[in-house]
Design a protein around this ligand. Structure first.
Ligand SMILES: [Zn+2]
Length: 303
């Protein structure tokens, strides 16, 4: 059994009040473990998957009346119909009923279309939890309705993949554990003005830095930006260098002249570290000064 301790992610997810989630990664068992533990935290009387309350005990013994788990090699329309019938009933033990579909890529296309309607028009007392190792087997219409949680500790490859596959579609992605990586929320940069303003500020900031002595003035001169998404945007910019995409046009080309791939590969984890500090409520400007100092250091060391 894998120890799952990311209560903060659960809290964060619950705050978002989504009614449909997809837990995904290449590790089927990890997906399942994280998803089921999340379900436990949803039904737990203490909201934490405490393992001690009667709800957790019922969950563990697979007798919780409001938790429905579907796991089979092929999921067809009939199976989805059963879920829909159950959706129309009221929860028994608590205020929500949870429908879990493990390895949701086994749902055939007709059944996915049938399921889509329930996911699109949720009722307030039901939550869907899906897992998969193959997001490409899910219909885009379904995918777009799910709050996606990447399970595990994404390596650089995973991040690039995710940046590639999802960032451009502007969907929400969360990471598990939440302190390990960025891109926590949507990277819907093209349509969200907070993102585009913050991106502009970051490029101006990076271009204003020639030596570490410039940091205080450059930081003071920063125009409008959103602190909550600053590091996410910063990392996305650097990931775009590694990724060699054309997301930021000329500005990115200009940045590529300043930062080699090697420098960027050192910078991306530095931003992760900064993000952890931000979550731990360390002063933002303190984090930023430190981070910029280290970014510049990498720039000059990895020429
Ligand atoms: Zn409990």
């Amino acid at each position: 059994m894998i120890a799952i301790t990311s209560t903060s992610l659960y809290k964060q997810l619950k705050l978002n009040k989504h009614h449909a989630y997809l837990f995904f990664s290449s590790d089927k068992f990890l997906n399942e473990a994280v998803a089921l533990n999340f379900v436990k935290s949803l039904v737990c009387a203490n909201g934490t998957a405490c393992n001690n309350c009667p709800m957790c005990k019922q969950f563990e013994s697979s007798t919780h009346p409001d938790v429905n788990i579907l796991k089979q090699n092929s999921i067809k329309v009939d199976d989805v119909s059963k879920i829909i019938n159950k959706l129309n009933t009221k929860p028994i033990a608590g205020e929500i009923q949870v429908f879990v579909i493990l390895d949701a890529d086994t749902i055939n296309e007709t059944a996915q279309n049938k399921l889509l309607k329930s996911i699109e028009e949720p009722n307030n007392s039901s939550i869907f939890i899906l897992t998969t190792t193959k997001t490409d087997k899910l219909l885009p219409t379904i995918l777009s309705r799910l709050n996606k949680v990447f399970v595990g500790q994404p390596n650089k490859q995973d991040k690039l993949h995710i940046a590639n596959e999802y960032a451009k579609t502007g969907v929400d992605i969360n990471f598990y554990p939440d302190t390990d990586c960025l891109l926590t929320e949507a990277i819907n940069m093209s349509t969200n003005s907070a993102y585009s303003t913050t991106i502009d500020t970051i490029f101006n900031l990076l271009f204003a830095l020639s030596t570490t002595a410039d940091i205080p003035r450059a930081v003071d001169g920063m125009e409008e930006f959103d602190k909550n998404i600053f590091l996410t945007c910063l990392q996305d910019i650097f990931l775009s260098i590694l990724n060699n995409n054309n997301k930021y046009g000329d500005r990115l080309n200009q940045l590529k002249m300043m930062y080699t791939n090697k420098a960027v590969s050192h910078i991306v984890p530095l931003i992760d570290e900064a993000y952890k500090k931000q979550i731990a409520n360390v002063n933002f400007y303190f984090i930023l000064d430190n981070l910029l100092f280290n970014i510049l250091k990498e720039r000059f060391l990895c020429k």
